[in-house]
Structures are given as C-alpha cells and as structure tokens.
Ligand binder design. Structure first.
Ligand SMILES: Cc1ncc(C[n+]2csc(CCOP(=O)(O)OP(=O)(O)O)c2C)c(N)n1
Ligand code: SF4
Ligand SMILES: [Mg+2]
Length: 286
C-alpha cells in the first residue's frame, strides 16, 4: 500500500530534530507495508506532541503526560493496530513519568517514541528532567533507559540520535517489528535536539556511544547492559543502540481469555447482544 500523504504544515523550527523522527517513522511504516488504516499515532503535548498531525494514520492528541494510558486503551481495545505513542522528555519524564513506569511493567504491544531534547521546547526553553545539571538546574539528570533496565518486565530499550540517521532508521524498524510481533512495549528514546532553545547537536554528536558497535556487547543480558550503561554514562558518554531486549508476551495476549474477542472486533448490532442483556436483567430481577 502506498502512502501518499505528505503533510508539510509542521509547526517545527527549521533544523528541529523532530523532522528526522517524523520522516524516519513515515519511511519505516511505508517499507514495512503498514497500511494507514491499521496505524494509530497518539501524542502528548509539546512540539514533539504534534507529530501525529504529520503522519498518515489515525491520530489522537492526548493530555500532557497522558499519551501512554490513552495508547494502552487502544492496544487493549484493538490489538490488531500498529500503535505508535510519541511525546517529549517533558511529557514522558516529568508529568508522565508515573505512566512510563507502569507501562514498562505492563508491556503492551506498542512503540513509544520519546523525543528527548533536554528542554521544554513548546513553552520556550524551561529545564526538563533531562536538562544537564549545568543548565541552570539544581537537579541531577534522568535516564529512561536505566529506569527501564531496573524494571523486570521491560522487553525493548533503545536510544537513537537524529544526528545518526542510519542507526535511527534501524532502531525504528526494530521497534515497530517488536510491537507487531506482540513481544510488547518498544521504548525508543530519540535524542532530537531543539535548535532554538537548547542546541545540543555538537555536544551530543561528540558523546554518543553505540553499544552495539562492540561485538562483545550482549543486549539480552540485563545486568551486564545496566553495568555498561552506567559505565558509559559515568564517563560522560551517552549510550545508544538497541540496549536491551527481553522475552515476554504483550499485555493484551496475556490477559485475553482464550477465545475472547477484542472490543473493536465484537459485533455492534443490538440483536447480537440482546440475549446477553436479557440474561443479565433476569439475574437482577430475582
Ligand atoms: C497539564 C499541563 N501542564 C503544563 C502544560 C504546559 N506545557 C505544554 S508543553 C510542555 C512541555 C513540553 O516539553 P516536551 O514534552 O519536552 O516537548 P518538546 O516541546 O520539547 O518537544 C508543558 C510544560 C500543559 N500543556 N498541560
Ligand atoms: S522550539 Fe525547539 S523543539 Fe520546538 S520546534 Fe523549535 S527547535 Fe523544535
Ligand atoms: Mg523536550
């Protein structure tokens, strides 16, 4: 199926990393032949949170920090969709951090693109949870990959950089395939610089370390992955690549009783449900 939609009416500043994320997502969906009517993109609030306006798919604009519970509802209602949740570091690591923790635990089949620019772009440059400690904040930074490694149920933890497009493209496809194969929650943090309020392109380009470039790196070993992420981070580097992969089925598959039909695939005509309603009312009438 060809995707003809090419929306150029983005709100983004020239040079914003979010363009690269959007273009990589669109080309991966096209190459994996995911039809628009089987794709749903949900986003939070932020410059990043407008990505769903620029992808040919079903779209939903969630409240700030609430994209993951909204996407979880879609994943349980219609497990046949390819679901992409997206948002910024403010959306996912500040107001939405609690939802991230519980989505890691639940492992629903979806992709989550967290576009990290270490700043609140839309509201003009306040510090986000990933702002570097020297950037006018008294707080230490936040690392979503380490957070995910610390929770036993996680199955896909990766980090890309818009300044390394080939790696980003590979990780985007791997994340989509992970969720399509019902292996669960594919968390892909993308370093996506805000050229207007926090231009980190040069800094990050000099610090990214692709863990998969090391032939001895074992992405299936959680403890070793944690150790390596810690080691690289302590040395001032930013670990990237497919950092961890675990084996577990997705939430909808786990909770669906054998033979049960997801709500989106149940008949909607009244007659199909009439006997059930009557039985229910009869129970109350006793
Ligand atoms: C409940 C609520 N609190 C605060 C805001 C204001 N607000 C809008 S976007 C945003 C942060 C955006 O930063 P981020 O998620 O990192 O996205 P970016 O713009 O950097 O892509 C904030 C605090 C809001 N819209 N709703
Ligand atoms: S303000 Fe920053 S994050 Fe927002 S569109 Fe401009 S460059 Fe991108
Ligand atoms: Mg941001």
């Amino acid at each position: 199926m060809t995707r003809t939609f090419d929306h150029t009416n983005t709100i983004w500043c020239a040079g914003c990393g979010h363009f690269g994320v959007r273009n990589t997502l669109v080309s991966a969906l096209r190459d994996l032949e995911v039809p628009p009517h089987e794709t749903m993109v949900l986003a939070g609030i932020g410059c990043s949170g407008t990505i769903q306006n620029n992808v040919e798919a079903y779209g939903y604009h969630a409240l700030h920090g609430r994209v993951l519970p909204a996407a979880l509802g879609v994943a349980l209602t219609n497990p046949h969709l390819t679901i992409i949740a997206a948002g910024g570091d403010g959306d996912g690591y500040a107001i939405g951090a609690g939802h991230l923790v519980h989505t890691f635990k639940r492992n629903p089949a979806m992709v989550y693109l967290l576009m990290n620019n270490a700043v609140y772009g839309l509201t003009k440059g306040q510090d986000s949870p990933t702002a570097t400690p020297s950037h006018e904040t008294a707080e230490q930074g936040m690392d979503g990959i380490s957070l995910g490694l610390a929770l036993p149920g996680t199955t896909f933890l990766a980090r890309a950089f818009t300044g390394a497009p080939e790696q980003m493209d590979r990780l985007m496809r791997a994340a989509l395939i992970h969720s399509q194969q019902r292996r669960g929650f594919a968390f892909l943090e993308i370093l996506s610089p805000c050229v207007t309020y926090n231009d980190t392109y040069a800094d990050w380009a000099g610090r990214v370390v692709d863990l998969e470039a090391d032939d001895h790196y074992d992405r299936f070993d959680r403890a070793k992955a944690f150790g390596r992420v810690h080691e690289v981070s302590e040395g001032g580097g930013i670990p990237t690549g497919l950092i961890f992969e675990g084996a577990r089925t997705d939430m909808a598959t786990r909770i669906m009783v054998k033979g049960a039909v997801a709500p989106a695939h149940q008949p909607t005509d009244v007659d199909a449900h009439l006997d059930g309603y009557r039985d229910l009312m009869a129970e109350y009438a006793v």
